[in-house]
Design a binder for this molecule. Structure first.
Ligand SMILES: [Zn+2]
Length: 171
């Protein structure tokens, strides 16, 4: 039984965000029509039935549309609308920038799977994942941030190796 799952590729996530948020191009908020947590944040689960992970829709949106996520940064809303996933309304900031997002962080940390005992070398990345990781790095994004955000079901070294590019074999 595999312990890993693959995320949809960046463009598919972008399409889904647009589809699921009733987008009106322009200044309006893109309201997430999928699952909403008790604090009003949109969520999306990816993976298989057995192995999956919940992501915040606004954080996914920032990552797939903007991409230059720095380590230790939170994604805040300029519109104060937690269910909004319009990348134009999202900015990254420190913890002090938005107290509401402190909860975000805490919960994210709790959801982080325990990687102990896993065979890190069998970690699975698709060619699309690797492309995504390299694009993110090229844009000046932090690999550690990307790992924490999307790939913490794998080992950090896997993401580092994929980012470096040399001799990385993917499926
Ligand atoms: Zn908004």
């Amino acid at each position: 039984m595999t312990k890993h799952f693959c995320l949809p590729d960046r463009v598919d996530i972008q399409r889904e965000i647009i589809k699921k948020s009733g987008v009106v191009m322009g200044k309006e908020c893109w309201i997430w029509n999928g699952a909403i947590d008790k604090n009003g944040y949109g969520t999306r689960r990816y993976g298989t039935k057995k192995i999956n992970k919940n992501f915040f829709a606004h954080r996914l949106s920032f990552l797939v549309f903007k991409g230059e996520l720095k380590d230790g940064m939170q994604i805040n809303h300029t519109c104060d609308n937690p269910s909004c996933v319009n990348p134009v309304h999202l900015y990254q900031g420190t913890q002090a920038d938005n107290m509401a997002d402190v909860k975000d962080r805490g919960r994210g940390a709790k959801e982080k799977p325990n990687l102990q005992g896993e065979n890190h070398h069998s970690a699975k990345l698709t060619s699309k994942d690797v492309k995504f990781i390299r694009e993110h790095k090229k844009k000046g994004g932090s690999l550690r941030a990307l790992w924490k955000e999307l790939f913490n079901h794998l080992s950090y070294s896997t993401i580092l190796m994929a980012g470096r590019g040399s001799n990385w074999k993917y499926e």
